[in-house]
Design a protein around this ligand. Structure first.
Ligand SMILES: O=C(CO)COP(=O)(O)O
Ligand SMILES: [Zn+2]
Length: 211
């Protein structure tokens, strides 16, 4: 895909995410790796109304080359790119159910989403909760770097989900799956849930390796 096509993909997915209520107002951000750097949603922009010509273009070192000022969550995005060489895109949202899960004090911080459906195992894997930092704080970077080698998805405590994927499509599919699994977890709270068996999970891991 050339850079113009990536810009169009960011606009398309941003609009779709916003129109389905997966992030509100100017919350959330998207980045995509391109040949000579990164394309990033501008800070304080609404994902529903991205202008392809004003998307922030960064060089390989993360310096702004053109477009509007980038998201303040660059340290978050770069922590994933740094530790996951397979990452081609990173998506952060304030989607309701994943964010609700990030606020629950009795969630296991090493495994916030229990394996109740195959797709969450296939697309998302085990999801840790990262201790709270102020949105945009550089303090997030070392916290994510500790986890990003092993995990493609995390929940920011009291804030929301972040997912890395091999492509923008893959990252969006995964964050949507994470949101659905979080919704199911919350709907099923207090009910006698049957988990996927360890054998079923091992079988999924063998057939659908996460990138
Ligand atoms: O979700 C957000 C902060 O966590 C939105 O920030 P930006 O508008 O800087 O991308
Ligand atoms: Zn946020």
């Amino acid at each position: 895909m050339n850079e113009q096509q990536v810009r169009q993909e960011m606009v398309k997915w941003g609009r779709s995410i916003f129109e389905r209520g997966l992030t509100a107002g100017s919350s959330g951000n998207i980045s995509v790796k391109v040949e000579d750097g990164y394309l990033v949603s501008p800070t304080n922009s609404c994902l529903g109304f991205l202008d392809p010509g004003r998307i922030s273009k960064l060089d390989g070192a993360g310096q702004l080359v053109s477009g509007d000022a980038p998201t303040k969550e660059l340290p978050l995005h770069f922590a994933f790119y740094e530790k996951r060489p397979t990452a081609g895109a990173v998506v952060h949202l304030h989607s309701t159910y994943a964010t609700a899960l990030s606020c629950l004090s009795d969630v296991d911080p090493s495994d916030a989403i229990r394996p109740i459906t195959p797709y969450v195992v296939m697309r998302v894997g085990r999801v840790p909760v990262v201790p709270y930092t102020r949105p945009g704080s550089p303090e997030i970077r070392p916290l994510i770097e500790k986890l990003a080698g092993e995990h493609a998805a995390v929940l920011l405590e009291n804030h929301g989900p972040v997912v890395a994927g091999a492509s923008l499509d893959a990252a969006v599919f995964a964050i949507e799956e994470l949101e659905e699994a979080a919704k199911l977890s919350i709907l099923l709270r207090g009910m006698p849930v049957r988990m996927l068996s360890p054998a079923a999970i091992a079988d999924l891991d063998r057939h659908f390796k996460l990138k």
